[in-house]
Design a binder for this molecule. Sequence first.
Ligand SMILES: [Zn+2]
Length: 262
Amino acid sequence: MKSYRFLVIGAHPDDCDLMAAGLAMKMLAKGHEVFFLSATDGGAGHQTMSREELIARRAGECEKAGEILGLTYEALPIPDGELTADLPYRRMLMKRIREIAPDVIITHRTCDYHPDHRACGQLVMDCSYLVGVPLFCPEVPALRKAPVILSMWDHFTNPTPFRADLCVPIDDVVERKIGATLSHVSQFYEWLPWIGGWEDIENALTFDEKTKLLHEQMHRRFSRAAKLYPDKLPEGTQHAEAFEWNEYGGKLTDELVEIMTK
Ligand SMILES: [Zn+2]
């Protein structure tokens, strides 16, 4: 069977882990290749650190998550909070997409609460046709086959709710997924409790106590797709990841669905 190359593009370091780390581990175990790419440097997500300190810290967190998952986790040098779907960033992203030459790209939808997420989804779509046009970014050879584009699950409904075209059961890898996700300590232990009003975690006295609460929260979070789409999963599945096919990329084949879901 053909070996597939998956590229997960999140807007921030931790988006790839949250939405696709289970799939990533399963694909790696089957001999496929997986790359995680954050479109921004993650330098805006903290209430006390400077951008410079945070960018360095988050690069280390990506490295740790990558070690747990067994993949390369890279971040583009674009400032967090300032991602826009413009020509310079399209060129920058196109370069990495062509260099990695993925069969499948997984990213955000363009309806999302965070402007960086929206721009990230738009940038990938903006690359989807041009990836094969040799005279756009001629310094990197064009790809001869358009990557399949899948969107990561979200709960937004305007203008259109998420459509689960394929669901991946992840019960067998969920603990490792939580471990990798919680490598982003600056986010889950510090920033998100502060910005998101996670009072129980913010008020927990010790790191271990926070870890315990975060584990419980992650189990709830990663069980949402299993609860929403039980008909698309093996009976009894507790944790899952869901993806929506984007018609602007390559065709979603039966073989790919089989590889991703079985
Ligand atoms: Zn994000």
